[in-house]
Structure formats: C-alpha cells, structure tokens
Design a protein around this ligand. Structure first.
Ligand code: CA
Ligand code: CA
Ligand code: CA
Length: 264
C-alpha cells in the first residue's frame, strides 16, 4: 500500500520537475538524487515528508526506505518493525495521553492517605516500554492505529495461565488485533526476566502475541506500588486483567472480564 502510494507520488514529482525544476527539487537538491544514501530519492523524501539529509528521519533505528518497504511510518519514532511479528499500527503523530483516572484512596495503618489511579474507559494511556520474549524493548505506542488487547498477568496466577492458553488462537481469529500479555511477576513474585518470558511464550505457543515483562523494580512503599504499571493497568487488584483499546489508543473495555476483542 505504502509503496504504491510512493511510486505514484514519485511519478507526479518527476513530471512536475521537467516543467519547473527549481520548484520541485527539495531544498535545491536533485530530485533523482539520494543525498543520504537511504535508498529513497530526494523527490520521494519530499513527498513522504522525510528528511533527504537523514537516512533515519525519526531516529528509531530503521532507515526511511526500510520503513517504507515494511509499511511502518518513517516519521513516527514508535512505528518500526520488531523481531516479533506484531501488528504495528500507523499513526501520523503519537496519541495524546490522558493518563489514568482517579480510582480511590489507600489509607495505611498510620492513617496516611494516598490517591490511587487506574486506567478506565475513555482514558488514553501513557506509552510504556517493556521487554519482550525476543529480548527487544517494545513500545505500547507502536500499536497506535491497531486495536489492542492488553492482558495483565503473573506467573503464580493459575487463572492467568489458563487464559494464556487461549491467546494465540484468539490472535489468529482476530488477525487485525494485537494482543499484549503483560507479566509483572514470575512464579515467585519477582520481576520477570528474559528467560521467564521466553519460557512463557514457548509454553503458550505465542507467535505474534507479545509476552512483555513490566521490568520494574519491586515497590518498597505504597506510593511506589500504586505507580507500578501493574497497578495502573488494574482496577480491582484481581488478575488476569483484560483491557481493550480502540485504534485511537482509547480504552473501550477496562477490566470487565471481556476476553474476546469487541467489534469496533
Ligand atoms: Ca534519501
Ligand atoms: Ca532520508
Ligand atoms: Ca518509524
């Protein structure tokens, strides 16, 4: 899709160029040249809005031409391919996060109170960056433009394991949806390491479901506890917790026990 679009635009620019060469060359560059050697001609870079003098315009580690070939957005730093065969979305700009909503109040034994926050319907979460089963750091915002299902689980949780059994089949039934399994503890209540999430992904046959470790230090205070991703992505403290997000990264089902992705 993106390639076809590019070819048509390049053709239009080439035609325009013969009529008025000075106006059409980006920043006075030869339209047919490739100043930065990224495989995209200057005229194509202009039509794509990428930088003809920078092979990686959004500095996400993937060259502009590679991003065009792979159908990711060369101007959006979170959009790029992963080793995991995930459904990367296409957004022109990152979402505008609302963050979580005020959920309640925690009062400790000494009587100190602390406001608690959790993601609820209508919220747009902040980005997170978590370790996947391939050893890569995965950004939530890479899936902007795609419907997303987030399942929060832990190794010691039997019902979470029962649900994990179903996730790859669910992904195959819903090929346009990306499922993210967020693991915040291993079987012993520790932060999951790469070995653990690789084992989890193998045990449950994940092909394009991402097994993600929250990769956060264990909380030592109530304040730290309620700031953990596993607290923000959980309303009631019971797991597994399932969230569904629409293609605009807005939460449409928050911990409502809905295990199938809803139709948009
Ligand atoms: Ca170029
Ligand atoms: Ca470039
Ligand atoms: Ca990109």
């Amino acid at each position: 899709m993106a390639l076809k679009h590019l070819t048509i635009l390049a053709l239009m620019l080439t035609v325009g160029c013969t009529q008025d060469e000075e106006d059409e060359g980006p920043k006075g560059l030869d339209p047919a040249g490739d100043e930065d050697g990224d495989g995209l001609q200057n005229a194509d870079e202009e039509s794509l809005g990428t930088d003809p003098n920078n092979p990686d315009s959004d500095e996400d580690g993937f060259d502009d031409a590679q991003e065009v070939l792979e159908g990711t957005n060369p101007n959006y730093e979170y959009s790029h391919s992963y080793t995991g065969e995930y459904n990367i979305g296409w957004c022109d700009t990152p979402p505008e996060p609302t963050g979580p909503t005020l959920e309640g109040e925690y009062v400790d034994e000494a009587g100190n109170s602390l406001a608690t926050w959790a993601l609820q319907n209508g919220d747009v979460p902040d980005n997170f960056t978590m370790l996947d089963q391939h050893g890569e750091m995965v950004d939530l915002y890479s899936f902007c433009g795609t419907q997303i299902m987030v399942v929060v689980s832990a190794g010691w949780c039997g019902p979470c394991r029962a649900e994990a059994e179903t996730l790859q089949a669910l992904a195959e039934e819903n090929p346009d949806i990306q499922i993210l399994q967020m693991l915040f503890q291993n079987n012993s209540g520790e932060t999951p390491d790469l070995d653990f999430i690789q084992g989890w992904a193998d045990d449950y046959g994940f092909v394009n479901v991402a097994a993600l470790s929250t990769n956060e230090e264990p909380a030592t205070t109530a304040e730290e506890y309620f700031a953990l991703q596993s607290s923000i992505w959980d309303i009631d403290g019971y797991i597994p917790t399932v969230y569904h997000l629409d293609t605009n990264m807005t939460i449409i089902s928050a911990d409502e026990g809905q295990t199938e992705p809803p139709s948009l």
